[in-house]
Each structure stands twice: as C-alpha cells, then as structure tokens.
Ligand binder design. Structure first.
Ligand code: MLT
Length: 415
C-alpha cells in the first residue's frame, strides 16, 4: 500500500501565497466588476530590460542554428555567468568568492528549500519569526519538527523579531546547528548592520553552526554602510551559504534564474566527527537532481552584469523603491506605523488587529491585496506586509483606496 509522508500532515496550513491567491480569486469571482490591486506576493511588474532581452534573443537564435546549438549545459552553470557573478557581485565589494563556488539554479525558493537535505535529521534549527515560510515548511516536510501548536512547530528554535529589536534577532543563548537569516528581510523589510551580521558569523564559528543567508533583496540596499553579502564579514566563508536571485534584482520572476554560493571552506561534520565540504555535497545534489537553467536564460542573466545591464537593473530597483516611498509616506501620513521600504521593497505595517481580518477588510473595502503578517509566523500577528512591486499608478491608486477605507481599517483595532 502506498503511504504518504506523514510529515505533510503536520503542515499547519496551505502555502501562504496559495491561500492568498485562493482568497483573492474567490473575491474576484464574487465581484467581477471590481479591479483588485495586488500588493501581496512580491512579484515584479516591470518588463525585462533591453540588454537582457537582447542577450536572451541572441541566445535563442544560437539554439536555432546547428553550429551554435547546445544540449545539456554544465551541471553547475555556465562559466561565463559564474565568472560575471563572482566579479561583480562579490569581488568588486571586497568579498572573496570564486566562480566555481557559485551554483546556478532556477530560484532561491527552490535552493533554500532543498539545501536542508544535506543535513542531519536531528539538527537544532533557529528560525526568525516572522519569516519567509519556505524555510519552516520544508523542514516540517523533512520531519525535523514536532506538531504545530499555538502558532509554532515543536522542535524549532524561534528567534522573535519585534519592534524592540528592530526586527533583527540576536544570536540565541542556546546552541543551535543551523540558522536561517534573510536580509534585507522578507517580510519586515528590516536591514542588518555589519556589526549585527558580524555577531552572527562569530556565533556560528564558535558553535560550529551554519548560517543560511538569503540575500535575495540585496539590490534594494541604498545605505552604503550596510553589507550586501555575508562574505563581506571576515570569517563568513567557513560559516555561511548565501542565496541570491535575479527575480527581484532584474525582473526574472517569470524567467527563473538564481544562484547559491557554497564556499569551499564551509564544512559540516559526520557522526564520527569527520568534516565534509558542503561544496562537494551540494555539487553532488545538483548534479543528481537538477538539469540546469536553460542557456538563453543564463545568457540573459549574464547581461545583467554588463555596464548597461547594471544601470538598467538599478533603474528597476529604484522604481520599486520609489513605490515603497509612496506607500510609506501615504500610510505614515494617515498615522500608521510603517517600517521597512528604504533598503527593501517590503513595508511592514502595524495594524493592531488580527492580520487576516485586516487582509479581508482591505480586500473587501479597498480591493487592495496585502499579505497578513501572521502568515509569516506568530510574531507577525498584528501586522501586514505591503509589497512595493507594482506599477506606480496602481500603487498610488491603492493608497487612495487605503485612505478612503482608513477609518474602517482603524476601527478594526478598536473593535
Ligand atoms: C514573497 O512575496 O515573499 C516572494 O515573492 C515569494 C518568493 O519570492 O518566493
């Protein structure tokens, strides 16, 4: 008899963004005349930039000619892309990362979800709360947690991110083996300082722990004092794996390209105390389970590293940061407490009421979609996340609608 993975039964709810899509679809079906503005899932709306499109087209043409056609690509990515990444994203910032430490993939969601299969089952795992749900759910699926009770899975060590710590957790007092960090943060939009990141690297080195550092939103950093990569911190090469994506950097959510950096000095230990390079294990995993990102997509991604590509990508993040500015100013002007949105495309708004109730009311009265904070964890209750990924006119319209529904939204907190 075929049986299911029982761990799936522990999952507390459906995937957050699927649940939102379901509610929005139900609302839209009941109100076909209303135009809904989506500031929920962080999905880009600006098109691919000219130099990316040109490289993409040329690579497709190459695939259509016998003399330049390509079959399977190299397991871990084409060297032209890995070299460009190493140079522009890391060495130019003083972070030592070699091209062969970069693994090209189709998304950071997939990589952050898959990486845990390299590790032992009985790890002590520290996870911030609120957090991008993929880190938690994939560990639940893998059987590394107990049941879900009172908003949390037994067995995980939750790091509370609150207004008191500026939504940046300190290393825990207890020892953990694996830590998930994401900065600029999804969902709160908080950024981590060099000193705070340094404390985490020191903690990981002392306790022989590993940091999984999700830097998918680094291109939104504007404060020059903030680190873009964990490898800007001395010692991080032995203690951290970093995830990056072209999705929010260059508009690739529908095109799919990302990468993971596994430095050769990064090790994990076996039951007898022997050290194993994670680089080799991840290479083995990728070669076995992944067929690579298509050649045209990798060429398109490499175009992001040309001078024009860099300029155009900067234009994209500037545009969304402009939206974030509009959202912050309008909501703050209405008296809402808003953080994030300055080095990040996400804004975190204190609602003072049940986040799903706020979500439903905002959808019903203003026809605007946000993301309920509680979907990211217990500490997200009482907040919603507003994404700056949309067209400027729609963002402005959404803020007008928010203002029109303001009294009712505020009354939720009182009621
Ligand atoms: C989000 O809205 O949190 C992101 O778009 C989800 C993702 O990148 O997978």
């Amino acid at each position: 008899m075929i049986r299911i993975n029982e761990n799936y039964r522990k999952l507390a709810s459906s995937y957050l963004f699927s649940e939102i899509a379901k509610r929005v679809a139900a609302f839209q079906a009941g109100h076909p005349d209303r135009s809904v503005i989506r500031l929920g899932i962080g999905d880009v709306t600006r098109p691919l930039t000219p130099s990316v499109v040109k490289a993409f087209r040329e690579a497709v043409d190459e695939m259509g000619r016998p003399e330049t056609f390509k079959g399977y690509g190299p397991d871990l990515g084409y060297d032209f892309l890995r070299q460009a990444i190493a140079e522009v994203d890391f060495r130019s910032r003083g972070a030592e990362v070699a091209a062969d430490e970069i693994f090209i993939s189709d998304g950071s969601k997939c990589d952050t979800g898959a990486i845990q299969e390299l590790f032992a089952q009985d790890l002590r795992i520290a996870i911030p709360d609120p957090v991008y749900p993929v880190y938690v759910d994939t560990n639940v699926m893998a059987g590394r947690t107990g049941p879900f009770r009172e908003g949390r899975y037994a067995g995980l060590i939750y790091l509370d991110c609150t207004e008191d710590n500026g939504f940046v957790p300190d290393p825990p007092r207890t020892r953990v083996d694996l830590v998930y960090l994401c900065f600029p943060n999804n969902p709160t939009g908080a950024a981590i300082t060099r000193a705070q990141l340094g404390a985490w690297v020191e903690y990981a080195r002392q306790s022989r722990a590993l940091i999984l550092y999700d830097a998918a939103y680094e291109s939104y950093i504007r404060d020059p004092s903030l680190p873009h990569s964990i490898y800007e911190v001395p010692g991080a090469r032995e203690a951290a794996i970093e995830f990056r994506s072209f999705s929010k950097t260059a508009g690739f959510t529908g095109t799919r390209c990302a990468y993971t950096v596994v430095p050769k000095g990064c090790v994990a230990w076996d039951a007898e105390g022997g050290a194993h390079a994670l680089h080799g294990l991840w290479a083995r995993r990728m070669a076995t389970r992944f067929n690579g990102v298509s050649y045209p997509v990798q060429r398109a991604a490499a175009a992001v590293y040309t001078p024009e590509g860099q300029h155009e990508a900067r234009g994209l993040s500037d545009y969304y940061l402009g939206n974030a500015n509009v959202i912050r100013e309008r909501l703050a002007g209405l008296g809402w407490s808003v953080t994030g949105g300055d080095n990040s495309p996400y804004l975190w708004v204190r609602t003072g009421t049940d986040s799903w109730k706020f979500f439903d009311t905002l959808l019903d009265r203003a026809n605007v979609v946000c993301t309920p904070g509680s979907g990211f964890g217990r500490c997200g209750e009482g907040y919603v996340r507003i994404s700056a990924f949309n067209d400027r006119a729609k963002v402005e319209d959404a803020m007008d609608r928010f203002a029109a529904a303001d009294a009712e939204l505020k009354s939720l907190a009182d009621g």
